[in-house]
Design a protein around this ligand. Sequence first.
Ligand code: 6PG
Length: 486
Amino acid sequence: MVDNAPGGQVGIAQIGVTGLAVMGRNLARNFARSGFTVAVHNRSFAKTQSLVADHGDEGTFVPSESLADFVASLERPRKVVIMVKAGGPTDAVIDELVPLLEPGDIVVDAGNAHFPDTIRRENALRAHGLHFVGSGVSGGEEGALLGPSIMPGGTRESYESLGPILEKIAAKVDGVPCCTYVGPDGAGHFVKMVHNGIEYADMQLIAEAYDLLKQGLGASAAEIGEIFAQWNTGDLESFLIEITADVLQHVDAATGSAFVDVVLDQAEQKGTGRWTVQNGLDLGVPITGIAEATFARALSGGVAQREAARSTLVADTAPWAVEDRDAFVEDVRLALYASKVVAYSQGFDQIAAASAEFGWDIDRGAMARIWRGGCIIRARFLNRITEAYERDAHLPLLLADEYFTQAVGAGVAAWRRIVAGAALHGVPTPAFSSSLAYYDGVRAERLPAALIQAQRDFFGAHTYRRTDRDGSFHTLWSGDRTEQDA
Ligand code: 6PG
């Protein structure tokens, strides 16, 4: 059933979507297909009309040309989903929307907003008695239509009426919706940001695994695609491994070459990975996998630097001639799995740190649960993360959970062989190597940080603590070298 009359009917739609580019359009269709009456609006009415013309038979749409009519067509408390570009465009829509709303209404920003913006907006709308819900939505165009993973923040009260609608359109795994209340104000967008950071790390690790197989075995893209397809039947099973197998086996129609071989090797980004790294620095959480992945994209795009280095920097390596193909493939698989666990462990540490810093009380096990389906990092192994947090909700380190201790431990020797081999043969593996360095760092009995503290005290009287008694101390380095209480 379609209500095609511009202006719609007063107060009949259960949810509204403004901003009907691909993501908004698909979300609106998902609401309609799930049985909700959906108010739809776009700055240019032609897009609204084309949505209704093309997909009006999928459910009940109430199109409006003006934002005022759109708002009037919603049931109270109104629920408006904004799906426009993050930043200025989101603020512009909010400014136009707020005077048309009434206390108790709910505004959902489903774009990739930066969480400090969400905190600011939530605060501003609260002053008007409105609920502002910054919600992460992952899964790209297809996810938006068929079932995304949804990470809503805002007030718990708003989730009571909004949650059931979002849960209905979300992806389901074993009948469980990939949507849950994340936490107050910016918590939803924060978790989506970390999701994207982990996405960067996961993609970089997969890319390094591909490069290792290519350089170590001299294998073709199609052959490596088969290896990834095989890996997708085991512990590594995930959306990203699945699409990697697919991409690697794709042949470019114009040249007949493997598609991946004709794509320019300069990775771009829209900024969510960078935000994650910046926040990791702010919170002092070593998210080295995500950081290396983000910097690897930057390095790949540094055309002038690569040009200057390519034929100039000495490699001093011998070609990699792997003798036991199957053993090497298995080593790469184990190293990939271990590095991946490190990246996720670091991301969950970042969520824990932000949750403490902002008072969000985020349930990490629940986050792993809603990432099992719908989103870009969906993977079989997220079940293991949920189980780990079920065993201990306050787990200080995911890597130290009994399952992961064993799973990673079983692959450590392989991981070392791969990282060492890559270094010896000049294959850049920043994410594999930094993950192993993190693993060795976090498990070390004693770190050289003691020397750093001594150096800091030497040149700046920054003080140090001792292993044998409490307190802070300073040594008179340029005097008689006696120690003082600081
Ligand atoms: C998702 C994706 C989505 C988008 C990335 C791409 O969860 O659906 O993460 O948000 O594809 O932001 O990011 P880059 O353009 O920065 O790689």
